[in-house]
Design a protein around this ligand. Sequence first.
Ligand code: BES
Ligand code: ZN
Length: 646
Amino acid sequence: MIIKYIVVGVLALNLLSGCSEVDSSKASASKMMQSNTTANPKVDQYESVPDVQKEAIKVGKDYHSFANPESIKVTHLSLDLTVDFANKVLVGTAQLDFEKVDANATLLILDTRDLTINSVTAKDKAVNFDLSSVDSFLGAALTIDIPTDVNSIVISYQTSPTASGVQWLTPEQTAGKKHPFLFTQAQAIHARSFIPLQDSPQVRMTYQATIRTPKELLAVMSASNDPNTPRDGVYQFSMPQPIPAYLIALAVGDLEFKSMGLRTGVYSEKGILDAAAAEFSDTESMLIATEKAFGPYSWERYDLLILPPSFPFGGMENPRLSFITPTVIAGDKSLVALIAHELAHSWSGNTVTNATWRDLWLNEGFTTYLTYRIMQMIYGDERFEMEAVLGRQDLQADIDSLPANDQIMAIDLRGRDPDDVFSNIPYEKGALFLRELELKVGRENFDQFLLSYFKKFAFKSITTQQFIKYLEQTLLKDHSDELSKQRINQWIFQPGIPDGAPVTESDAFTVVDQERNAWLAGTIQANEIDSEKWVVHQWLYFLNNMPAKLSQQQLADLDKEFALTISKNNEIAHSWLLISVNNWYQPAFTRLHDYLTSIGRNKLVKPLYKALSQTPEGKLMAQKAFAEAKAGYHPLTVKANEGFVE
Ligand code: BES
Ligand code: ZN
């Protein structure tokens, strides 16, 4: 079987640009499995059902795009779009400039989803095109006949009101209540729902755009933004660095700007602008510290856009302008690791990009590792340790619940929608792996490695295999006593967490454990818990490590003493509401309903819907909240939760 994989893999090589190795996850699987000593019982299940029916994965092949960059590669996009709030459509043109990689190529294949294509022209003449039948995950391929001597085409098109990558908000769904709002979210494969393009992270393009909006609104993009631009309803943008399609982003609303530093500022609706600027006032210091450690920032400005609460993610690293949920504005900077995270993507993700969604851990694992480092640089060891322990616990929860194949960093996503496979594995397992490398070679050497890695692969999209090869040429060569290829392969291609992985401890959490244990044992009452100096992370650790079952009396005591049901911190409220659902603590249910109907961030609502769906009474509550909230949820949040309320 192994021989077959290698042969298939080698045959595939000619198709690939810049990749020179077969997928070693299959080729070396049997050897590595013997050495996998992780205690996870699901590993056995994985080993006894080897995936022999499937072809080997072709390294570097993007299984989530129809595009043909190996023949014709788009290099520049020029958009001219009108934002039509009444009809909830974007309508206009996309000009695509391209290079023929294969001089004889005559077809350009693009990705689309739910787009209406009105015409395609080259040099002002109509050209033939064909829109394929629809694949439910990937959308429809748009194949365009390219005349000889043509290196640019113009597509006239419009989006669907239900485009998966666009959310249209009514004035009532905004903070100001007066004006509508629109934002896009392209990662992983939703750019194609608002622009016909080669929607693959291995295709990088520069872009420019003209966006036409109602006069009173401001448009912003993942590009050059001029905060002083006249508000006249016509806005120009340019992104001179080549970026993948998933980083193209647009938002339109009644936005204002406030500067936070020389290179940093924040856009949001007026009502939350000051609070946001105060909450995120360390952004400039984070930027400076990250540059100092990991090399120059390549994107000129770094601004934040605070979205309405329906934004489905915590943050999205759109270059020059990260999109941020308002749910992290806690008033005490307790949740600003999110900003460190999106900022860190300016290096890991936006400068060095995963070539396929299988390689997402290169984006998210490096970014999570950098996030911890930034938090340590800005807020010190104690904060770093607490966040690392919480991250490790999140990882453990996924290791305990996900099937073995989904615990693999370089995951096989063929035939799956990347949105359905979202977990902590690429994030926290990736970060833990890098932390192990750091501990083994020393921080100074590892930082040198990161610096050279970001430089070497700047503005490139790379595969896991390319990373491993680079590691072999650098750290592995220089530290052969400390590092082994086998161990690295185990981290990347095997489920579970390798034995002996780094452990971070937090003294601040040790005292929380003591107090919790004493209270659970009945040695002390809730009002005797010594929590006066606790910070948000200690509260999260206190709550997240409660036993599954608590009595009504215990819950009422905690609530009375610490007002958890009315906590303004959305993470603490989340942890408490989850406990409340699992123990059917009804005094929290009004808050639960408000929470589910006012927040659309999937990470915060999904676990609650899931927990509610476990009992018939809970399901009724979930159905009620979902029915009320659905119109205001983002398409991704609807899709991720509708199964729980059926
Ligand atoms: N790039 C991700 C969001 C994303 C990942 C969208 C994959 C679609 C597909 C972003 O940087 C992110 O990781 N956000 C996290 C932040 C958290 C880990 C600090 C989120 O939204 O929760
Ligand atoms: Zn991220």
